[in-house]
Design a protein around this ligand. Structure first.
Ligand SMILES: Nc1ncnc2c1ncn2[C@@H]1O[C@H](COP(=O)(O)OP(=O)(O)O)[C@@H](O)[C@H]1O
Ligand SMILES: [Mg+2]
Length: 415
């Protein structure tokens, strides 16, 4: 039997929890044999930051990145290994410009999704640039902020065009709040967006390769209580529509690890935030869904490397726009067509077959691991690192309860 070894690289900031989980699951899983009988062995490495020669050959086959969105040395390393070495990346740094919400809004509007009406307004305060003042004097047109807000219709949201983590987001109900928020925006570039007021459900979907989990979310809660454990909170059609939107956004921008936020009101699905291509997968926020996320990350990493899936750096926008631009197709028909392209991109069928035939033991490995002492230690350590001392006991019990519930459900599912 032939053998081959793959190195999976993790590019990390401060987090310890999910990398430890990922490493343990890969270690417990052992080698994976493909249909041709080759055994694929896996090593996981946390990538160090050090000088690199642009002509050096990297040792990694695949890299999961949660660092390069703010740290530019590893970001440039990712570009180098993508362009020169075909290393498989979750996600490609070439999509960083589209991680601005703005690009994603534009593309999804053209594709006919129900993105709420959105206006980009110029900077409130001058940018730090020597040419700003003379340029603005010549070209910046005065504009009527109130008129824009009135045309959109209150309530609205003002938020950074490239935002994340709620920074600089304000809910605006009247002129006074509008002007205060704009004055405070300073040198930050802002969208005004019509609010989906009084929505029924906030659904946040997390996608990892060909898998998507749609979760009920409450943005008002503290981090540990945002996802609730509930399964049938959307009817089947709306659930499928939400999955399709997440998968479409990801296939369009080549994001393979991303979360997508949609608001559901009167049966309509309104995407508001879906450029989160460095999504939070901490145990303390995902809790019940954490084992699913880890299993999906391991599965997708193994699928990509064992089948030799080629990374694709180029976008394929025209095929999507050709559907989006057609006047004779309804919204629903377009979604069906996009879903076809997206499922094709993610090789959904092939992935399912691969998981069933090559990784049938992974479910059991993950379940046993979650029920074991190693995971409990990780959970306790993570709680200790995350919450103040007087809350440790409470949160250890809280998370043990949620993960215990997952294990019971999983045992039921596996029969
Ligand atoms: N158009 C909207 N309608 C209703 N709520 C919104 C809208 N836009 C943003 N919000 C609320 O504001 C929060 C933050 O906005 P979001 O676009 O998700 O920014 P961030 O990238 O900071 O998460 C959302 O989770 C949601 O609760
Ligand atoms: Mg958001």
């Amino acid at each position: 039997m032939t053998e081959t070894t793959h190195l999976l690289g993790l590019l990390l900031g401060t987090e310890q929890d999910w990398p430890t989980a990922f490493e343990s699951i890969v270690r417990h899983l052992g080698p994976v044999s493909d249909a041709a009988g080759t055994a694929h062995r896996y090593d996981v490495e946390r990538i160090a930051i050090e000088p690199f020669d642009l002509r050096a050959t990297p040792r990694h086959d695949l890299v999961i990145d949660r660092l390069a969105y703010w740290y530019y040395h590893p970001r440039e390393w990712l570009k180098k290994v993508a362009l020169m070495d075909d290393v498989y990346l979750l996600n490609s740094p070439f999509t960083f410009q589209s991680m601005e919400k703005h690009a994603a809004y534009c593309a999804m509007m053209r594709l006919g999704l129900k993105v709420p009406d959105t206006v980009l307004v110029p900077y409130k305060n001058p940018r730090e640039h020597a040419k700003y003042a003379p340029t603005a004097a010549q070209y910046n047109r005065p504009f009527d902020l109130d008129a824009i807000a009135e045309r959109l219709g209150y309530p609205i949201f003002m938020k950074p065009y490239d935002g994340g983590a709620w920074v600089g987001v304000s809910h605006i109900r009247n002129r006074e709040e509008l002007h205060r928020a704009y004055d405070e925006s300073g040198q930050r570039l802002m969208h005004l967006q019509k609010a989906v007021a009084g929505y029924d459900v906030f659904a946040r979907s997390l996608s990892i390769g060909a898998e998507t989990m749609v979760m009920k979310f409450d943005a008002e809660q503290p981090m540990h209580a945002r996802y609730s454990v509930t399964h049938d909170f959307l009817d089947a059609g709306t659930g499928e529509e939400t999955v399709t939107i997440g998968r479409l956004v990801n296939a369009f921008f080549r994001w393979e690890f991303n979360s997508c936020e949609t608001l559901i009101k009167d049966g309509g699905v309104y995407p508001i935030d879906y450029a989160n291509a460095c999504p939070d997968v901490a145990i303390t926020s995902l809790h019940y869904y954490f084992p699913w996320a880890m299993r999906a990350l391991v599965r997708w990493s193994i699928f990509c490397t064992a089948t030799g899936r080629r990374p694709r750096l180029d976008l394929d926008t025209r095929r999507y726009f050709d559907i989006g631009d057609r006047a004779d197709l309804s919204y629903t028909e377009k979604l069906v067509a996009y879903r076809g392209l997206a499922d094709d991109y993610f090789e959904v069928e092939h992935y399912r077959d691969f998981c069933a035939s090559r990784l049938p033991h992974l479910d059991g490995v993950v379940l046993e691991w979650v029920e074991g002492a190693e995971f409990d230690r990780l959970l306790v350590d993570t709680v200790r690192a995350t919450f103040p001392v007087h809350e440790h006991d409470h949160f250890v019990a809280h998370y043990r309860g949620l993960l215990g519930a997952w294990a019971r459900d999983e045992r039921g599912r596996l029969g």
